[in-house]
Design a protein around this ligand. Sequence first.
Ligand SMILES: Nc1nc2c(c(=O)[nH]1)N[C@H]1C(S)=C(S)[C@@H](COP(=O)(O)OP(=O)(O)OC[C@H]3O[C@@H](n4cnc5c(=O)[nH]c(N)nc54)[C@H](O)[C@@H]3O)O[C@H]1N2
Ligand SMILES: Nc1nc2c(c(=O)[nH]1)N[C@H]1C(S)=C(S)[C@@H](COP(=O)(O)OP(=O)(O)OC[C@H]3O[C@@H](n4cnc5c(=O)[nH]c(N)nc54)[C@H](O)[C@@H]3O)O[C@H]1N2
Ligand code: SF4
Ligand SMILES: [Mo]
Length: 896
Amino acid sequence: MKMGKQRIITTCTRDCPNACGLVASVEDGRLVRLVGDPDHPLTNGIACHKTVKYIDRVYSPERITHPMLRRHGRWERATWNEALDLIAKRIRRIVEESGPEAILYYQGYGERTALKLLHRYFFNLLGGVTTLRGSLCGGAGQGAQNLDFGERVSHDPLDHRNSRSMVLWARNPASTNISLVPIIRDIRKRGGSVIVIDPAHTRSAALADHHIRPKPGHDGYLAMAAAKLILSAGAEDREFINHFSEGYEQFRAILDRHGVAELCAMAGVSTADAVILANTLMAQKPTSILLGWGLHRYENAHHLIRAVDALGAVSGNIGVAGGGVSQGFEEYGPFDQHYWGDTLNPPRRTLLIARVGEELLNATDPKIRMIFVTAANPLCMAPNTAKVTEAFDSAEFVVYSGHFMDDTADHAQVFLPATTFLEEDDVTASYGHNYVGPVNRVIEPVGECRSEFRMFHELAARFPFADRFRRSEEEWLHDLCAPIWAMGCDLPALRRGAFRLDAPMVPYVDKNFPTPSGKFRFMNEFTPSELPRHDPEFPYRLLTIAPHGSICSERTMADHAPLPEIVLNTGEAAENGMIDNDLVLVRSPVGQVRARLKVDPDQRPDVAVAERGGWTKAGHGLNLLTRDMVSAVGQGTPFYETAVAITPCPQEGVMGARILVVRHSPHAPGGVFCKELERLGAILTTVSPLEGDALPQTPDGHEGLVVLGGPQHAFDDEASPHFVPLMRLMREFDAAGRPVAGICLGCQLLARAYGGRTWTMDGLEFGFITHRATTAGMADRVIGSVLPLPPLMEFHEDSFDLPEGAELLVAGDSCVNQCFRVGSNAYGFQFHLEVDSRIADHWITGFRNGEFGNYAVYAEQFGEEFFVAIRERLPVLVAESEAWCRKVVAAWAAAL
Ligand SMILES: Nc1nc2c(c(=O)[nH]1)N[C@H]1C(S)=C(S)[C@@H](COP(=O)(O)OP(=O)(O)OC[C@H]3O[C@@H](n4cnc5c(=O)[nH]c(N)nc54)[C@H](O)[C@@H]3O)O[C@H]1N2
Ligand SMILES: Nc1nc2c(c(=O)[nH]1)N[C@H]1C(S)=C(S)[C@@H](COP(=O)(O)OP(=O)(O)OC[C@H]3O[C@@H](n4cnc5c(=O)[nH]c(N)nc54)[C@H](O)[C@@H]3O)O[C@H]1N2
Ligand code: SF4
Ligand SMILES: [Mo]
């Protein structure tokens, strides 16, 4: 480890069009600060708020930092050699028995740098495995623009400085493209207009002069209405139409089918909206029209995009500085793609990523036996999660390379812990601008994490083609980036800062298009019968948009709120008997999800908007709702072809149950236990008597009681005068047939409430410990239904005698009384089943550093090795404990 302070520049490789230049500050080998690089021409010193948080992600207590193998259903630590040997053995066997196409390589969007091209090279050296075709992200738009322009080429974002106005068409840069924000503000400062066209009321609406809210998937009509207005004003670009385009007559014929008012009605906008759009295009030339990814996500997205391209052409914005209909760039464009090695074998099978669940299940010749996943989370991000999960579970062997135990890792047999870009040397391009940037290693790999370059390298070393793969990163970059070097850059120069590719600032400036005729092609067919239809059973179109706070599913378990939020128009919600914060059931033809309702008066009444990316296992999983379809053009994924019904959750069982939570310390929150209760629909009221909150006198108004832990002694009524009334309350809840749960201190108080003595032990019990269920436990309504027990977190110096009439359900070796039932439905849990990664990490770190005053004396009993080991095992320990806790809560709450 390098000591002292360092400042290192690098480039963010996350799935984000900005590809920001970053400056990392490192102190004694540890990353302490990550900010935008002031010298990067597009970043200009401003990176997103997610970047500051990325440091927490790199050092997250949930991050997997050593290889793991699943043995007998449980994750166990393995060495790299064990993991890679096993993978190599399975690959060899499968290739021998079923051929290489029985393996699927699933590359996600998490990181698409130069060296990542080599993954596919590895699989091609193997003989060519099954790969994916199409895209979860952009396909449809590229397909449509290729039809019109011959090839999709966008204006350099720096060219928008020449724009007098801008249209953000299905794009939300305030959340997704921060580098554009100053450029947008600048247009307005110069007196130009910015129009946002989006059915949802996003953060970007605040950046604009006008927000036009078309019906989802119906933008084509709006574009046509604006084109008609321009034509009727005689303001069209005649020269472009006459000399540089084809198909104009067909386009005119399409426009002639309807009047402007009719088109606006079909688009779900007012005529005034179309007039504003047309007037802006006529009076504030040039206009930069920026297409977002929202438009791609329709089956017939090409209709929408082609209509906008045509509007750009009619209004004279094609091949003009400050104009253009721009969409994005190819992140793999500047690299030598022949290193994918696709020509090494005859064409191999591909599966459509848009329908990957179905495609996997239908792949029979040969059946997919192994799936190798890198930088992806298909069990969360691909459509129709239930089907994708079934498909993944039908493969015999899933290898997952990534950072966290996400939905997909949960279904794998091998976990390969990958480095983040901060631990790697590489080169990255961008899908949002024309700069390539250096990925310079900022810190040493965390734990035993390895770059995928190294993983594949060492995997290749186990095969006869090793020599074709084994070269240094530098050597590979020399070849992979040859097209960049040919533009006048070299690796040492690139390591020092971003390099602008030799790409046009303004594409098609010579009005020469790479179409067969060399001309721009107007949309020449339009079949509106193919546009999304209204189904009264599912009245809202579900728009699962980019989350503001994270990139897609890059989160941890602890990051998740109990439920996803879904936004509905305020009036629409009220008409259907729902108000802000209600718990609602969101149903689609393929699945259902519970969510928290948010209302917004500025949103269209026929859409439901939610942020994509929450994990399925955390109760978010919005792709449980989406249909698996493919776009008609470009093999894209029409995520927004899903319509949903939203209704209040039926008030039964836990739903709507009011639960009193008594908290004893800010360091011991309700964690997973309380989150899960909320997820099931309970309404929690938390009181902290030690901070002056009044304890309710009777159970009236609450259907259940949860008493949390804290450092107090259960026998010390002097320090905690509320113990006596609290114990009475615990008995009264139970007597009234209302379930009680006591955790740690709460467990001891429950024992005392029924006459059990509480006392201080010889030492402190700390860490994750495995206990056993007693015979009574096996027969118990709650514990009997959640066996086997994973290791569970302990942090206590007191214990208790079982009260008379109590049943011991879980017994420990060093401290026997771990879980009991008393009365009819009162449960005491000595272990902290509620911990999530944050709570556990806080306790481990605080305890080790002597921060928890009265426990400091015990820390010495636990050596340094103990703390290192527990921190290393924490991600899995917490994941197991959390999954178990959720089952316990469901069983406990069933009595509500
Ligand atoms: N913070 C953050 N940034 C990200 C990401 C993230 O997850 N979080 N993801 C990254 C990725 S993978 C991508 S692809 C990009 C996406 O970047 P954007 O395209 O900017 O974002 P999206 O939310 O995918 O879609 C933009 C908007 O399209 C709108 N939309 C949906 N349907 C229609 C329609 O029919 N008509 C119109 N006019 N608008 C419609 C949606 O309401 C949404 O607000 O962002 C990248 N950046
Ligand atoms: N409902 C709905 N679903 C959608 C969309 C939508 O609009 N609505 N949008 C779609 C879009 S635009 C996209 S791009 C896809 C994204 O789909 P995916 O790529 O499957 O999902 P991500 O959540 O981006 O997962 C990327 C993972 O890569 C990890 N990662 C980052 N760097 C590395 C690395 O170097 N190595 C490894 N091994 N892992 C790394 C990240 O931590 C993260 O876990 O989702 C799509 N899914
Ligand atoms: S996530 Fe996007 S905006 Fe944030 S630092 Fe990375 S590239 Fe920049
Ligand atoms: Mo994307």
